[in-house]
Design a protein around this ligand. Structure first.
Ligand SMILES: *Cc1c(COP(=O)(O)O)cnc(C)c1O
Length: 475
């Protein structure tokens, strides 16, 4: 009994008092308020990484650390070094977001800790998530019978899709070496990871020929499938991108969808980057044909501006997603009666999971769709604005932006173009006000502009244009 008392006294510290909660909450909120208020002057990139060593030098110990010291570690060691994805100046890779109300959704979800894996336990949580999935499915023109899952990101959504396709098309081990997957070399690398993790690494992977805008040529897909069939191979899966990471190109989804249906292939669309452009008229046109797919991945933490940690998978055939992911155990028997709604745990590899729905639901409800739609249209226009202005500065450009990515490079009179553009990128990164990244296209080192942060506006693009203009003057 004495031991119990002592243990309880110590263990109760896990429930701080109202005053203790207030002190830490105020420390965190004061800092995050300052972070948001000053975001326009906080660098988008800091190349010096040394400060992050503070975490290695401060191991976990029996004793607590004082709040001011903790806040200082977080500010200096966590938030200063490296890329600042919360900055509107993040114009590289695919920028992230971080809208504020999502944080409050997470805050609520973490405190009440509703169980969002099983309908029996968290009927409201599961219904909220299923409604958001249904809304996204309908946005893409999927039928009401479609199902899906809120994932941690696009990579896991793509993985679950490929596993589902594998099982649905009955690609068993004896068939793998004769099975063919069709995709573009521009597909996101997580698709290759997913193929390997799904045990399909020994499939034949055909890289489809691309047009001048780095999009799959559908006629070539059709002839490859026919040739493969004639050879006794098993055409199985075609993966298209609705917004490639490299150039933002959207594959011709409608034509691919018709070919996939004709030859009974599983058609998956990776819309992790571009999916929510479906909220715009332009996006609807460009992504036409996504409704013909069997599944798609889409990332609210990209084109809906959410903080990292939310992707989504949608699958048209409920039975297919379910068959690949459900499982039952004796200790779960009490949950079986509650089956009015499908449970996330039956549609994903996860059982217990973060209640991710609330971080999407809360901002959508508090703000309505209008500002999201406006921000997406703004990103499309900013990419086109940059595409026009950068040419006036003497730069070469890649394809006209279908969504919000522009590739470009400067060809100097004397220096090697690849080395020159790499140094341009490094100069912009060193300055730190904005961050840009690069890629290789047809052996050329290309700079990339990717506009997707909700905090990126015309003034941000003008900073980059002005920098690039002065760095190339007279070159
Ligand atoms: C970002 C991205 C992914 C990977 O998604 P994560 O959320 O980073 O796991 C997949 N495909 C495309 C096209 C992407 O842009």
């Amino acid at each position: 009994m004495k031991e119990l008392e002592e243990l309880e006294r110590e263990a109760r510290k896990l429930e701080p008092t109202a005053n203790e909660r207030r002190i830490v909450r105020e420390g965190v909120v004061n800092y995050t308020e300052r972070f948001i208020n000053e975001i326009e002057t906080i660098p988008a990139f800091e190349g010096e990484r040394k400060a992050s060593e503070v975490f290695l030098n401060s191991p976990v110990s029996e004793e607590p650390m004082a709040l001011p010291q903790i806040l200082n570690m977080l500010e200096k060691g966590l938030d200063e070094p490296g890329l600042n994805p919360a900055s509107g100046g993040h114009l590289g890779y695919i920028p992230g977001g971080g809208i504020y109300y999502s944080a409050l959704g997470d805050y609520w979800a973490d405190i009440t800790n509703r169980y969002a894996g099983i309908f029996f336990a968290g009927p409201g949580a599961v219904r909220m998530e299923n409604m958001l999935i249904q809304w996204t499915a309908e946005l893409a023109g999927y039928p009401k019978t479609a199902v899906g899952n809120l994932t941690s990101g696009g990579s896991i959504a793509n993985l679950s899709a490929i596993v589902t396709a594998r099982d649905s098309k009955k690609i068993t081990s004896d068939k793998i070496k004769k099975t063919v997957i069709y995709l573009s070399a521009e597909v996101h690398h997580c698709v290759f990871k997913a193929i390997r993790i799904a045990g399909l690494g020994e499939c034949i992977v055909r890289h489809l020929p691309l047009d001048d805008c780095y999009r799959i040529k559908p006629q070539e897909l059709e002839s490859l499938i026919s040739a493969d069939k004639q050879q006794g191979l098993i055409p199985f899966l075609v993966v298209a991108s609705a917004g490639t990471t490299d150039t933002g190109s959207v594959d011709p989804l409608h034509a691919i969808g018709e070919i996939a249906a004709k030859h009974k292939l599983w058609f998956h669309v990776d819309a992790a980057y571009g999916g929510y452009f479906l909220l715009t008229d332009h996006g609807k046109k460009v992504l036409k044909g996504i409704e013909l797919s069997d599944s798609f991945a889409i990332d609210p933490h990209k084109s809906l501006f959410l903080p990292y940690g939310l992707g989504m998978l949608i699958v048209k055939d409920k039975a297919a997603l379910y068959n690949s992911h459900y499982y039952q155990a004796n200790y779960m028997q009490d949950t079986l009666g509650a089956n009015e709604e499908v449970s996330p745990a039956d549609l994903s590899p996860e059982l217990t999971k973060h209640f991710r729905g609330l971080r999407l639901w809360l901002p959508l409800k508090l703000l309505g769709l209008k500002p999201f739609r406006a921000a997406l249209n703004e990103k499309l226009l900013l990419a086109r604005y940059f595409y026009g202005e950068i040419q006036k500065l003497g730069f070469e450009v890649g394809p006209y932006p279908e969504l919000s990515v522009v590739t470009y490079r400067y060809v100097p009179k004397s220096d090697d173009a690849n080395a020159f553009n790499k140094s341009l990128m490094e100069e912009v990164q060193k300055d730190g006000r904005v961050f840009i990244s690069s890629t290789m296209l047809d052996g050329k080192f290309m700079l990339r502009l990717a506009v997707l942060s909700f905090r990126t506006h015309k003034s941000t693009i003008d900073i980059l244009l002005e920098q690039l203009g002065s760095l190339t003057k007279g070159k």
